[in-house]
Design a protein around this ligand. Sequence first.
Ligand code: GRF
Length: 325
Amino acid sequence: MFKGLRNKWKVNAIQLTLILLTFAIGGSLTGYAGRKLMNIFGIEQKWIWIIVYLLVIVILWPIAVLIVSILTGQFPFFLQYIRKIGRRMRLIRSTEPEVDSRESIVNSDKKLTSESWDSGPTTNDYRLTTNIAIFASGAGSNAQKIIEYFRNSNKIKVALIACNNPVAGVLAIAARENIPVLIIEKERLFRGDGYVEELKEKKIDFIVLAGFLWKLPSRLIKAYPGRIINIHPALLPNYGGKGMYGNNVHHAVLAAGEKESGITIHYVDEYYDSGDIIFQAKCVVLPADTAETLAQRIHALEHEHYPRVIGEVVTKLKSVDSFIG
Ligand code: GRF
């Protein structure tokens, strides 16, 4: 019974019963307390009475339901539910990422919520396919692997290649793969609209940085809370930060005499290489290594893991999104 609701809310039969019970008790309490309050106000005129009563109910209902949900053990569900209604009524700002107790993704501490997914660029436009934009400035070997990995997926689609370098190798890949390109201009990225509107229009849900050398402006990061990830060719927090890209990273690793290096996939924030770490993988650094040989080993690791981790992060976001549909 109520299978549709159970699927929609991703709850079992017992939880659904408790949720409906909470609704019923919360509703009754609201009606009772509302009428008591109205007696205290002592309003005579009928139409004013009705308006005030409705206002009282609207305010009391969420409070009553939340209190009852503590007793029925359904507080997390109702908190999300009420926030969602608040956002739909535009009473709650939807661009701030919020925090919940959801399991972290891979080995990340980053907390993502259905709110943050919901508040993203495709709100009110629920689609089964998640559109990814790859931001890349270089050769694009990672972009190529990501495209191949999701080529036959009906859930994730590489819908755009964004690039700030008009002669980058990744543009040839985009042309060959028939993927639309967006050339990113510095002025517009940093002092203009940050391309937010254009990415929204193109229905981009998730951004993957794969060798994109510019820091993203906060405007763009805020528009995609928890939905921008990057790959770095070293084990962060070491060998990251401004100027640490390409062979600079590998030279630094070799100069420090490290015995191992690796890759870090992390969320993107407003600083270089500082967002929460999602995944890391290690490889050896051999005594005879040059920056080039180390780069090859690192690239192989990137190609092996990045597409899969992207899939896991996106899938996790989607499953949270469908918690309250
Ligand atoms: C990769 O090594 C990645 O770690 C870094 O930029 C490089 C991009 O390489 N962020 P490619 O263009 O994908 O070959």
